[in-house]
Design a protein around this ligand. Structure first.
Ligand SMILES: *Cc1c(COP(=O)(O)O)cnc(C)c1O
Length: 464
């Protein structure tokens, strides 16, 4: 019996409640209810401490791209730990896993994104990006180019820097965020904010907010624009097709650096190696993490273009992490990239799984509670609504209905997350069409139960 599974569930829950502070959680309420204890996993399925199997519709937290249970990654970690468990890259030293991973990422990344600065997470990598773009402009003799433009309801991590770049109001409400010189524009969320405009016109209007903001601040003060190709944590918000080409035109026109936060969209999620390729954008820096190691080890980084890297190289960059390029994490990431490539997993997404999901998930749009059912690659979302025609919101606090739906989903042994009243999934990239059918069947059952619940409780009401 494994170490994690030696006690009855209630005992594990009591220990968890007494000592473990969960992220993004009201710990008092969770402690009273008891966390679900996950003890093992294989493929797209998790097993909890009562032996119940769940379909992991979220790839952990958007990261387990190759699925669970790949012993090759465990072997790579064990081999590396025996050979060289740790060494730093500060002391004019390097090691084989870090340099090989950097070279491999340079091969995979589009354009002249040829240089990698490693971190252990997406948040850390975005903190690196803030300092790197400002240092870049300082070295170019334009130190006044400090401001970074980001988006409301974007997500870029939870450190002081990452949380500041992110546009999550609930995060900014706590702990003194955002840090100075970060400015937010609106998101390209047509379903929720597009009103009577067509998606195409709305996408252009939201992109042009970037130009308006750059001009209002003065282009000579703007260092960079950061955005996710598809917003993940914001609710799988897929921009209108008109959005990204206009953004690219604007950053090119004003010489503003473009940072594509590919922490979710990288490594196959959208059906290409990177979301930037799916949307034909040319970032100067890409943030990576999550799928880089399929979550088997904590690792992230910034992939940097030739121009920015060559300027940064002119002076000492006073920045780095003890675990930048950690050899065990890098060895595991290399093995993950080998599997993604040799098993043609991204082609499976592009040719098979994504089109299949688009049809199966898209069919949920006929459900009375669903205002839209959309996907891009293997990330998908539903908008819950009391009135499909008007795309109305529910009366009462945003997220109340989403939470109810999430609870039914969890009870149906499907991990589907809610963001406000949107339901989202991002399953492992190796998911089969049979498992997509099973996932969607559980989602539909969940919607039926949610609808019945809302009717019973009188919650099927439109906001005034
Ligand atoms: C998860 C996420 C991050 C933060 O990564 P962590 O590893 O949790 O620090 C940053 N950007 C995006 C787009 C993410 O989804």
């Amino acid at each position: 019996m494994s170490l994690t599974n030696i006690a009855p569930t209630a005992d594990l829950q009591a220990l968890d409640a007494a000592h473990h502070m969960h992220p993004f959680t009201a710990n008092g309420a969770l402690g009273a209810k008891g966390a679900r204890i996950i003890v093992r996993a294989d493929g797209v399925r998790l097993t909890d401490s009562d032996g119940t199997e769940l379909i992991d519709g979220m790839s952990g937290l958007w990261c387990v791209n190759i699925g669970y249970g790949r012993h090759e990654l465990a072997d790579a970690a064990a081999r590396q730990m025996r050979e060289l468990p740790y060494y730093n890259t500060f002391f004019q030293t390097s090691h084989v896993p870090a340099l090989k991973l950097a070279a491999r990422l340079a091969e995979l990344a589009p354009g002249d994104l040829n240089h990698v600065f490693f971190a252990s997470s997406g948040s850390e990598a975005n903190d690196t990006n803030i300092r790197m773009v400002r240092q870049y402009w300082a070295l170019k003799g334009q130190p006044q180019r400090r401001t970074i433009i980001a988006r409301r309801n974007g997500y870029h991590g939870s450190t002081m820097g990452g949380g500041s770049l992110g546009g999550m109001a609930a995060m900014h409400a706590q702990g003194g965020l955002p840090i100075p010189d970060i400015v937010h524009i609106d998101q390209p969320y047509w379903y929720g904010e597009g009103g009577d405009m067509t998606p195409e016109a709305f996408g252009l209007a939201r992109a042009r907010q970037l130009e308006e903001q750059i001009c209002a601040l003065g282009p000579e003060t703007v260092a960079a624009f950061i955005a996710e190709p598809v917003q993940g944590a914001g609710g799988v918000i897929i921009p209108p097709e008109s959005y990204w080409p206009e953004i690219q035109r604007i950053v090119d026109k004003y010489g503003v650096l473009l940072i594509a936060d590919e922490v979710i969209t990288g490594f196959g999620r959208t059906g290409h190696w990177f979301g930037s390729q799916s949307y034909d954008i040319r970032p100067n820096i890409m943030t990576i993490a999550k799928g880089l190691s399929s979550g088997y080890q904590p690792i992230g980084g910034s992939i940097v273009c030739d121009e920015v890297a060559s300027v940064i190289a002119q002076d000492e960059f006073n920045h780095g992490y003890t675990y930048s390029g950690h050899p065990v994490a890098a060895a595991v990431a290399l093995e993950n990239l080998r599997i993604l490539e040799e098993e043609n997993i991204i082609a499976h997404v592009h040719q098979t799984a994504a089109p299949y999901l688009a049809t199966a998930w898209g069919a949920l749009a006929d459900h009375p509670l669903v205002g839209e059912a959309v996907s891009r690659g293997l990330m998908a979302s539903l908008a819950l609504t009391p009135d499909k025609e008007t795309r109305a919101r529910f009366a009462g606090e945003v997220g109340t209905v989403g939470y109810i739906c999430r609870e039914y989903s969890f009870a149906n042994n499907l991990v589907m997350r809610h963001v406000g009243d949107r339901m989202i999934i991002a399953p492992p990239l190796i998911i089969s069409t049979a498992d997509i059918d099973e996932l969607v069947a559980r989602a539909r059952r969940t919607l039926d139960q949610t609808l019945a619940h809302l009717q019973r409780e009188g919650l099927l009401k439109t906001a005034a």
